[in-house]
Design a protein around this ligand. Structure first.
Ligand SMILES: Cc1ncc(COP(=O)(O)O)c(C=O)c1O
Length: 373
C-alpha cells in the first residue's frame, strides 16, 4: 500500500468512505502537465472528480481549458473560474437551452460543445441565437469507437461548414476521442492513433482551405494521452485525459507509460462479517464502488492476503481468502476502486486526507444533474 494512504485516524472514519489525497492529485497533475509539455496542451475531463476543489487545483496549475460531459459540470467549472469549457457531449432537447443560459450567465467563460448531426447543430444554433450568445461548435469525429461522431470524410466537412454558417455558432475544432484505443502496449496505441490521424489532418486542411478555421484537435483520454502528448508538431492538439487526476486500479496496473501517476482516491471499508472460515464480507457494496468492471477487477484490496471476489451486492462485497482467519468484524481495509469515475459519482462528498489524517471533506458538486441552470 502507498505510504500516503495510511490514516492514523482510520478508526473514526465512517465506512464505506471515499478518501482523496490532494498531495497525490497535485503530483498527478504536475506529471501530466510535464508529459504534455505545458498546461496549454491540456483540456482535462472533469467527469472523473466532479469537484470544485480539483477544478481550482487544475486552474492553479495553469490549466485554462476544461472538458466536461454534463451541463452541471460545465456550470461548476464556470463558477470556479474556468475560462474555456467544452461540453463534450451531444446536447439535445432542453440541454441546448441550458448551455445557452450558461453562456449568458458566465460571460467570462467561452463555452463550446459537440456537433455530430445537422439536426442537433440547428437546434443548438436556435437555442443560442435566441439567448443572444455564441458558443463554439466542435465537430465530433468518429475515429473508431463508434459511440458518437461522424466518420472522417466529406459529410463531416459539410457538417462542420454548416455549423460554422449557423447563427450563434463559431467553428471551434474537432474532437478525436479514441476510447477504444486502450491496449496495454504503447506501440499498439501509437499504431491506433496513426491509423486515424492522417485522414483527420487531411480533412482539417481541406476545411481550412475552404476558409473555415479548425483551431484545435481535442484528443483522447488517459490511455492514449502519452501518444497524443507526443504530437508536438501538430498545431492545436489539446489532450483531454480525465481519469489521471485520481487514477484507479484499472488504469494503474495496465499502462507502463503512465508511470508516475498514482491512484489518489482510496476506499475505506470494514469487515462486517466472516460468514465461513474462508470468507470475508466488507461494507463495500455496489452503492459505494462502481460495479462496471468485471467482478475480479471491481476493487483491489490493499495489504490484503491473496483473495478472489466472489460476490457483490448493494451493501456487501464478499471475498474468499485463505487468510480470512486474520480478520474480524470491525477491521478496517483499504481498497482501490477498479473504475474511479463512476465510484466518485456514488458519493455525495469525499473525505480529504493530508499528512496521514483526514483534514476535511469536499462535495462532489457536479454529481447532481442540475446545479442552478
Ligand atoms: C469524450 C471523452 N473525452 C475524454 C475522456 C477521458 O478519458 P479517461 O477517462 O480515459 O481519462 C472521456 C472518458 O470517458 C470521454 O468520454
Amino acid at each position: 500500500m502507498h505510504p500516503a494512504y495510511a490514516l492514523s485516524d482510520a478508526a473514526t472514519v465512517l465506512s464505506p468512505a471515499l478518501v482523496f489525497f490532494p498531495d497525490l492529485i497535485r503530483r498527478n497533475v504536475a506529471r501530466v502537465v510535464e508529459m504534455a509539455g505545458g498546461p496549454h496542451r491540456l483540456r482535462p475531463h472533469v467527469k472523473t472528480h466532479k469537484t470544485r476543489e480539483i477544478a481550482r487545483l487544475l486552474l492553479d496549475a495553469g490549466v485554462t481549458r476544461h472538458k466536461c460531459a454534463t451541463v452541471a459540470e460545465a456550470e461548476m467549472l464556470a463558477a470556479a473560474g474556468a475560462p474555456d469549457v467544452l461540453v463534450a457531449y451531444p446536447l439535445v432537447g432542453p440541454n441546448t437551452r441550458r448551455l445557452a443560459e450558461l453562456a449568458r450567465r458566465f460571460p467570462g467563460t467561452t463555452f463550446s460543445t459537440l456537433v455530430d448531426h445537422p439536426a442537433s447543430a440547428r437546434a443548438l444554433s436556435a437555442a443560442v441565437a435566441a439567448a443572444g450568445v455564441t458558443v463554439g461548435a466542435v465537430l465530433d469525429l468518429d475515429v473508431g469507437q463508434h459511440r458518437t461522431g461522424v466518420p472522417v470524410g466529406d459529410a463531416a466537412a459539410d457538417l462542420y461548414k454548416l455549423a460554422a454558417s449557423l447563427p450563434g455558432l463559431v467553428p471551434a475544432g474537432f474532437q478525436l476521442y479514441d476510447g477504444h484505443n486502450n491496449q496495454p502496449d504503447r506501440a499498439a496505441r501509437e499504431a491506433g492513433v496513426r491509423e486515424f490521424l492522417a485522414p483527420v489532418l487531411e480533412l482539417r486542411a481541406k476545411v481550412e482551405a475552404a476558409g473555415v478555421p479548425v483551431p484545435r484537435l481535442v484528443c483522447g483520454g488517459t490511455p492514449s494521452f502519452p501518444v497524443h502528448a507526443a504530437l508536438t508538431d501538430i498545431p492545436g492538439v489539446e489532450c483531454s485525459p480525465g481519469t489521471f487526476v485520481l487514477h484507479d486500479a484499472g488504469y494503474g496496473s495496465k499502462y507502463a507509460d503512465l508511470a508516475g501517476i498514482t491512484p489518489a482516491a482510496v476506499l475505506v471499508t470494514r469487515v462486517v462479517s466472516r460468514p465461513t472460515p474462508d470468507r470475508v464480507t466488507l461494507d463495500l457494496g455496489t452503492k459505494a464502488v462502481a460495479p462496471d468492471p468485471p467482478l475480479e477487477k471491481r476493487v483491489t484490496l490493499l495489504d490484503f492476503p491473496e483473495y478472489r471476489t466472489v460476490g457483490h451486492n448493494e451493501e456487501h462485497l464478499i471475498v474468499e481468502t485463505a487468510g480470512a482467519a486474520k480478520y474480524a468484524p470491525g477491521d478496517v481495509v483499504f481498497a482501490l476502486p477498479g473504475h474511479v469515475c463512476p465510484t466518485v459519482a456514488l458519493h455525495r462528498d469525499v473525505l480529504v486526507a493530508e499528512g496521514g489524517k483526514v483534514v476535511g471533506r469536499w462535495a462532489v458538486a457536479a454529481r447532481d444533474r442540475v446545479l442552478t441552470v
